[in-house]
Every structure is written in structure tokens, then in C-alpha cells.
Design a protein around this ligand. Structure first.
Ligand code: C2E
Ligand code: CA
Ligand code: CA
Length: 444
């Protein structure tokens, strides 16, 4: 019941109908219904006239009617009001198990009925794993249903004079998470326009050889100049883009512009007569992009159109791509066979198993900045970074430390044998023209 309860606390959207106190009569009817349950069986049979549940009782299951008819009603005796008559294929009792509220109406078999029982736990797990937006929509629609039942009830007694469902208090509106979800919906709508209206741009952060501090490449990092919101960082929108398919056109845009800029970097290097054939641009690739069946073809097409070679591009992927290990290994192998290097980004933060390192060849480990930032203040962080560098060395892989902010972090990493550095100590992410200018003075 944990999950259903959490939905209830998210959106405490109980309509005004459900009485808080369960009457003894209601209790005993519920008991009669329960006795007929065979715990190991998810089929329930009800005889004609049998009460299935009563208004106000707690809800731990819903029913799908296989055969027969069920009346849903509020009130009791002569004052009862029929809300619905349901038949084969219909579900009832689902509202209470979705938001863990008491039953807002009673259910009675009109003739012999055969029903499939759906337990609260079965539903709760599915709801919990759905997106907050879906949960919000379910919750709003429940609220409306409950409010409507309550409203119908008041019609039989005009003296009560409750407001109509449209104006009943929607307690979830004040909930902080509700506000956050609305924000996300607006952000997603604005983001839809971002690619279309050319509001995205890339910044470039240099990567340095830690032994001689020469620039060896740049990582492209996405930014969004939103007309309404100003400059928005990827932490605020990449996750939402990944939840939807928006990351796919966005990912194509990133590939296009990173390759175009790589070509311009290369032209600059050629002009400087610096034959740096190892120069590269690192591009962050999200899991959804990588999982596209035609990702590799798109990548090849893009590099060919821009006249850049595969070995000048590093694909930065996180360990999350190994959640489907077989598929990830296939895609990585294909990219590597064509000459693209694959770096594991945020190493040490994403996945609990290192098995994939044995089964899949990659080219570089990028140590997450959370470790680097504690390097000089935490012995444990130091041990972990040292161990990652050792593992990488033994596997014949170079290591990149990201998030280097202080000279002492850099010295510690140099002493540990880390190969490549990136961080505010060297440079913040820069607009393309400033990154290009930085290349003209490669020695710091
Ligand atoms: P990331 O791939 O781990 O990128 C490194 C992040 O660390 C960047 O944040 C960078 O600005 C920041 N950083 C670099 N040096 C330092 C430092 O010394 N100190 C601190 N505190 N931070 C530092 P940014 O640009 O905000 O990007 C955040 C994340 O957004 C990225 O983490 C990446 O996961 C995602 N992202 C950025 N650009 C793209 C993109 O083009 N595609 C995809 N799929 N994800 C992207
Ligand atoms: Ca990265
Ligand atoms: Ca990273």
C-alpha cells in the first residue's frame, strides 16, 4: 500500500462525498463481502442483491466484471441514489485503490456476478512507476469523479446546497509537487519550440593533458536561450527532454552542430599548421538517442556531411546505457569499429555492477566530479579515485577527471596518474568563438 498512500499524499484530492466515519451497518456488509473472498483466487462470485462494498469503507481492491451487472449508488435505503449500472468489461472500485481514499459510493450485485479482483498492490506499483504527469492526470480525474458523486447526492436533498463539482475545492492545487508538475508541463511546451526556433546553442569546455596542460579537445555542452526564461542550463531541461521523445530531435541538433564546429576547430588547427590529428570533440549522447536503431547511421551520415572523421569524435555515454546490456554492447561495438571513441561519463555514479566493463570494450573512463570535489577533503574519495584510476590503467584505458576546481585537486590527480583534466580551474564552458581563440594559445 506504500505507493497508493504516496499518491494520496501527493494529491490529497478526496472529494467531499466520502464520509469519514464508517457506520456499523456498512462495516458488517463489508465483512459479509470479504468472507466470500477466496484469498488465493482472484475471481469473486457475488449473488443477486449482495453488497460488494459500502460507501465509507476502506478500499483495497477493484473489480472487473466478467459477467453480470453491478449497481453503484450513494446513500442508503429510500434515500439512495443510483450513480451507474455497470456490466461485463467495466471496472469499479478503482478510485479508492488508486488514491487510498475510502469508498465514495457503494456497490451491489444486481444479479449473479463474476468479477476479477485487482489488488491495490497490483495497481499501486504501476502508478508509482508512471510519470508524475500521468499521476497528476489520474488524480485530477479522480477528484472530478468524486466531486460529481457528491454533487449528485446533494441533488436529492437541495437543502444541503453543496457547490457543483466545477467549484469544489481542489486541494492538490496547493500541493508543491502539483506546482512542480505544472512547471514541467510548461517547460516541456517551451522546449518543443526551442529546436524549432533555434534557441539552442553549444558551449565548449576544454580538456587538458594533465602532464603538459595542453588542450587536447573540447566537450560540447548544450545551452538553451529561452525568450521567456533567459539562459537555461541542461540540468533543468535534459531530464524532461529524455522523458519525452524531445531528446531525439534535440540530439540530432547537437550532433549536427558539434560536427560543424569540429570542422571549424580543425580548419583553425590547419591554419595554425598544428598537425594535431588527435584533437577531438566530445559529444554527450543520451540513452534514448543511443537506443535508436538507426543511431549509428545518423552518426555516420552527420560526420560524412560535415567532413569530419570518426576518430575526432568521442561519444560520452553514462553507465545507464548498460541497463540493457546486450543492446548497449552491440551499439558501442558498432561505433568503435567505425573509429568513434566511447567514454563512460559520470563513472562510478550510475550503475551498481561493473560486469559490463568485462564484457564491453570502451575507450576512456570519465571520473565523476562529485569524487573530484571531495578529493582533498575526504580520504574515502581519494581512495575511490585512486582505485578507479588503477582499474582503468589495468584495463589500458585513459582517465579523465572532470570538475577540477583547485590546484591541489589537480596536483593530487597528477600524482595519482590521471591522464586528462577538465574543470573550472582551467576554463569554464566557453562560447564557440572564445573556445576557438583559446586554441591559439594552447600552452597555459
Ligand atoms: P556532464 O556531461 O557531466 O558535463 C559536465 C558538467 O560539469 C557541465 O555542466 C560542466 O559545465 C560542469 N563542470 C565542468 N567543470 C566543472 C567544475 O570545475 N565544477 C563544477 N561544479 N562543474 C563543472 P553542464 O554544462 O551544466 O551540463 C550538465 C549535464 O547536462 C552534463 O553533465 C550532461 O549530463 C548534460 N548535458 C550537457 N550537454 C548535453 C548534451 O549536449 N547532450 C546531452 N544528452 N546531455 C548534455
Ligand atoms: Ca559529459
Ligand atoms: Ca560527467
Amino acid at each position: 500500500m506504500k505507493n497508493a498512500t504516496s499518491l494520496a499524499s501527493l494529491f490529497a484530492a478526496k472529494g467531499p462525498a466520502a464520509p469519514e466515519v464508517i457506520s456499523p451497518e456498512a462495516d458488517s456488509s463489508a465483512l459479509v463481502a470479504d468472507i466470500a473472498v477466496s484469498p488465493e483466487c482472484n475471481i469473486r462470485l457475488f449473488s443477486a442483491g449482495e453488497t460488494i462494498f459500502v460507501e465509507g469503507s476502506s478500499a483495497d481492491r477493484a473489480y472487473i466484471i466478467e459477467s453480470g451487472y453491478v449497481e453503484i449508488f450513494v446513500g442508503a435505503g429510500e434515500d439512495s441514489l443510483q450513480l451507474n449500472v455497470l456490466g461485463p468489461g467495466d471496472i469499479f472500485g478503482e478510485m479508492g485503490i488508486i488514491d487510498a481514499s475510502p469508498r465514495s459510493a457503494s456497490a451491489k450485485a444486481l444479479c449473479p456476478c463474476r468479477c476479477i479482483v485487482v489488488s491495490a498492490a497490483q495497481v499501486a506499483e504501476r502508478i508509482e512507476s508512471s510519470s508524475p504527469m500521468v499521476r497528476l492526470f489520474i488524480s485530477m480525474s479522480l477528484h472530478r469523479n468524486r466531486a460529481y458523486s457528491a454533487y449528485l447526492k446533494t441533488l436529492s436533498d437541495p437543502q444541503i446546497g453543496l457547490p457543483s463539482p466545477a467549484v469544489t475545492e481542489k486541494s492538490y492545487v496547493k500541493n508543491q509537487q502539483y506546482q512542480q508538475i505544472l512547471e514541467d508541463i510548461k517547460l516541456e511546451a517551451d522546449l518543443q519550440n526551442a529546436v524549432r526556433n533555434d534557441e539552442l546553442f553549444l558551449m565548449y569546455q576544454p580538456l587538458f593533458n594533465l602532464s603538459d596542460q595542453k588542450i587536447i579537445g573540447f566537450e560540447s555542452l548544450l545551452r538553451w536561450q529561452c525568450p521567456q526564461r533567459g539562459l537555461v542550463g541542461p540540468q533543468q531541461f535534459i531530464a524532461i527532454a529524455e522523458e519525452t521523445s524531445l531528446i531525439l530531435p534535440m540530439g540530432d541538433w547537437i550532433l549536427e552542430h558539434s560536427c560543424a564546429d569540429l570542422k571549424r576547430f580543425q580548419t583553425q588547427l590547419d591554419r595554425q599548421a598544428q598537425k594535431n590529428t588527435n584533437f577531438f570533440v566530445s559529444i554527450n549522447i543520451s540513452v534514448r538517442q543511443f537506443q535508436q536503431p538507426d543511431f549509428f547511421d545518423r552518426l555516420m551520415d552527420c560526420t560524412q556531411r560535415h567532413g569530419v572523421s570518426a576518430r575526432q569524435i568521442k561519444l560520452e555515454v553514462t553507465e545507464r546505457i548498460f541497463l540493457d546490456e546486450v543492446e548497449a554492447i552491440d551499439s558501442i561495438d558498432k561505433c568503435r569499429a567505425a573509429g568513434f571513441e566511447v567514454s563512460l561519463d559520470d563513472f562510478g555514479t550510475g550503475y551498481s555492477s561493473l560486469n559490463y566493463l568485462e564484457r564491453c570494450e570502451i575507450d576512456c573512463l570519465k571520473i565523476d566530479k562529485s569524487f573530484i570535489q571531495k578529493l582533498c577533503s575526504s580520504d574515502r574519495a581519494k581512495i575511490l579515485v585512486g582505485s578507479i584510476i588503477d582499474i582503468a590503467r589495468q584495463l589500458g584505458l585513459p582517465t579523465v577527471a572532470e570538475g577540477i576546481e583547485t590546484p591541489s585537486q589537480m596536483s593530487a590527480l597528477q600524482a595519482m596518474g590521471c591522464d586528462i583534466g577538465q574543470g573550472f580551474l582551467f576554463s569554464h564552458p566557453l562560447p564557440f568563438t572564445e573556445a576557438l581563440a583559446l586554441m591559439e594559445q594552447p600552452l597555459r
